[in-house]
Design a protein around this ligand. Structure first.
Ligand code: BJW
Length: 324
């Protein structure tokens, strides 16, 4: 980025205090210190797959078992992760500022679990704990499904047989590796390691839609090329379109009501590459907002302008610090 604004905490705090309408646009970096991997950069690989290549309708069509393994693993990881101080600080800001709205790209459930009021957090990319029929015309959706695993076939295999095979071939080394893997499985059930075998799951063992009984269930998340949830988009539009009737009525121009100004936009731990999420900061800016970017990587602070802030570091440290 050509221009990097200073991490001037004093001016930020002063602006925060007089701000009423605030939007936050968090991404995977918000949950990184809770131990959940991001999509791009280090940790963006799941086994040998690029995480974003599994987040497509095409990937699910061609290998639903593999894609379900990926999401089953992430459901498990998210359920076992804890919200970090940044999730709590945002939840607390929401209670302090009734016009604060979080537009979260995260599907991990950590913001709701940190007590972020539900009407003040919009889940742009859905939730790992919503499951829905892959056939849109069926329309079945089930929310808050925390079963882990969601079907027995998605249980993480402890794969005794392949470990036994390997220890026959090269007794010492292989056995040690197998023990380490097994320990990893027991500890965190980590099948993100490509050397840990996963089975090929027959379609019949994957979760099926209880309504139409023919199609598979799929994670209730938004994949590339798919529309964001309509209700979420319309709530966000309504927020940005909201008008303040009083002062304008007084001014006598009732016919030309301007939307309320947005004071501040917090862009937290996102590479700002995925739309429409990445566009909300500029939308807020066009409505008067000053922008603060919190990220470990300065090169992901896009289009910073004079008057913006950039705070470099772990969101779990910075966010509670600047929102204090
Ligand atoms: C830390 C940290 C720490 C690390 N502290 N920071 C306009 C222009 C061009 C293309 C399009 C456009 N409009 C639409 C499109 C197409 C497409 C798109 O945006 N493509 C771009 C990639 C070019 N968008 C869509 O398809 C969207 N649908 C749509 O627009 O429908 C209408 C339409 C359809 C077709 C054509 C046109 C219009 C849907 C997007 C859905 C995205 N889905 C995913 C998967 C969700 C399910 C799942 O979780 O598996 O959402 S992809 C993935 O990326 C996930 C994330 O929410 C999203 C954003 O990633 P995020 O959160 O930014 O993570 P990272 O890893 O990229 O970045 C982490 C950041 O944190 C980094 O900056 C680190 O430095 C930082 N960090 N540790 C602070 N501790």
């Amino acid at each position: 980025s050509a221009f990097l604004s200073p991490s001037d905490l004093e001016s930020f705090t002063a602006h925060l205090q007089r701000s009423q309408r605030i939007v936050a646009v968090p991404g995977a970096g918000l949950s990184a210190s809770s131990g959940l991997p991001t999509f791009r950069g280090a940790g963006g690989l799941w086994r040998n797959y690029n995480a974003t290549s599994l987040a497509t309708p095409g990937a699910f069509r061609s290998d639903p078992g593999l894609v379900w393994m990926f999401y089953s693993y992430r459901r498990h990881m998210s359920l076992n992760a804890k919200p970090n101080p940044a999730h709590y600080a945002l939840a607390e800001l929401a209670r302090r500022k009734p016009e604060f709205l979080t537009l979260s790209q995260n599907v991990d459930g950590l913001s709701p679990r940190a007590g972020h009021p539900a009407d003040q957090v919009k889940l742009l990319h859905g939730s790992l704990f919503d499951v829905k029929c892959e056939d849109e015309s069926c329309g079945y959706i089930r929310r808050d499904d925390f079963d882990d695993p969601i079907v027995p076939a998605l249980a993480i295999p402890a794969d005794e047989s392949s470990m036994a095979e390997q220890s026959k071939a090269r007794p010492d080394q292989a056995l040690q590796a197998a023990m380490a893997r097994k320990a990893a499985l027991i500890k965190g059930l980590d099948i993100s390691d490509a050397s840990i075998p996963i089975p090929t799951i027959p379609r019949s063992s994957l979760p099926h839609c209880p309504k139409c009984k023919t199609s598979l269930l799929r994670p209730g998340v938004v994949w590339f090329g798919e529309m964001l949830p309509e209700a979420v988009l319309s709530d966000i539009d309504a927020y940005f379109d909201e008008v303040d009737p009083k002062p304008q009525a007084e001014a006598g121009n009732k016919g030309h009501m301007q939307p309320k100004k947005v004071d501040l936009c917090l862009v937290i731990g996102t590479s700002s590459q995925v739309y429409p999420a990445a566009g909300y900061a500029s939308q807020a800016r066009s409505m008067g907002a000053r922008v603060a970017v919190i990220n470990t990587d300065p090169s992901d602070a896009r289009d910073l302008q004079e008057g913006d802030w950039f705070f470099k570091g772990d969101a779990a440290d910075i966010v509670p610090e600047i929102l204090k």
